[in-house]
Design a protein around this ligand. Structure first.
Ligand code: DC
Length: 235
């Protein structure tokens, strides 16, 4: 425990609210925030459909053309790819599916894992993804796993999309979420699952504030103020 990294990991399935929560937790603790799903999405978009079938040498050399860095901190943390902010173009369901496919390729995972660890050595981070607590940062000091039924996650996503004026039907969202769950949970390398020492939160009946408080209270109750002096919990 003494050599635990001052890192907070947030893992969980698609649509569980990790991105919003990771940003809020990072803001509260005064840390930078890293969205590793955005790295997979960005690479998937840059490499295009079918990248998972490329020969390893070509895949390596194409991945090497893209660098990832972080700027800012707290809610203003930004992921940069080749020095350009990664934007809303990666947030479609189609890019999500492409990302889930390249995420099954060991070479891609190895490349992104190395970059994620380099960033973790440089900054105290809140990191969100699928394998942050299990594979990338197994000695992170605080690990969380957020979960909710596929139907609940699909409904949340539907509301988000409706707010943005995008119409999608609930049945197709639920089926996309199930498909992504299956790819993420059943891949042989770094499958989605809670780390043994993760605090698992079922978010089905909680709103964002409820989950945020559960996370911050858990950190506080486990000597969090020692690691993150600016922690601010509202009970
Ligand atoms: O969190 P997200 O929906 O933005 O992630 C997109 C895809 O990227 C997800 O389906 C699986 C993959 N991913 C992963 O395999 N490992 C991570 N640490 C983050 C994302």
């Amino acid at each position: 425990m003494n050599d635990a990294l001052p890192i907070v990991t947030l893992d969980g399935p698609a649509g569980v609210g990790k991105t919003t929560l990771a940003r809020r937790v990072a803001d509260n603790l005064g840390l930078s925030y890293l969205d590793t799903g955005a790295m997979f999405r960005c690479l998937a978009l840059k490499l295009g459909p079918g990248a998972e079938k490329l020969p390893e040498k070509e895949l390596r050399s194409r991945c090497a053309q893209w660098t990832f860095t972080l700027a800012g901190h707290g809610a203003h943390s930004a992921l940069l790819c080749n020095d350009m902010p990664v934007g809303g173009e990666i947030r479609t369901e189609e890019v999500g599916m492409l990302a889930a496919r390249i995420a099954t390729v060991p070479t891609v995972r190895e490349i992104l894992c190395a970059i994620q660890r380099t960033l973790g050595n440089r900054y105290s981070l809140v990191v969100e993804g699928r394998d942050m607590g299990t594979v990338v940062f197994p000695t992170a000091r605080f690990k969380f796993f957020l979960d909710a039924a596929p139907e609940v996650r699909a409904l949340r996503r539907l509301r988000d999309l409706e707010e943005r004026g995008e119409g999608v039907d609930l049945a197709s969202l639920t089926s996309q979420i199930r498909q992504r769950d299956s790819l993420d949970r059943n891949r042989p390398i770094a499958p989605l699952r809670p780390a043994k020492d993760a605090f698992v939160i079922d978010t089905s009946n909680l709103d964002i504030e409820g989950v945020l408080n559960a996370i911050l209270q858990h950190i506080c109750a486990h000597d969090g103020a020692h690691f993150f002096p600016s922690i601010n919990v509202m009970y």
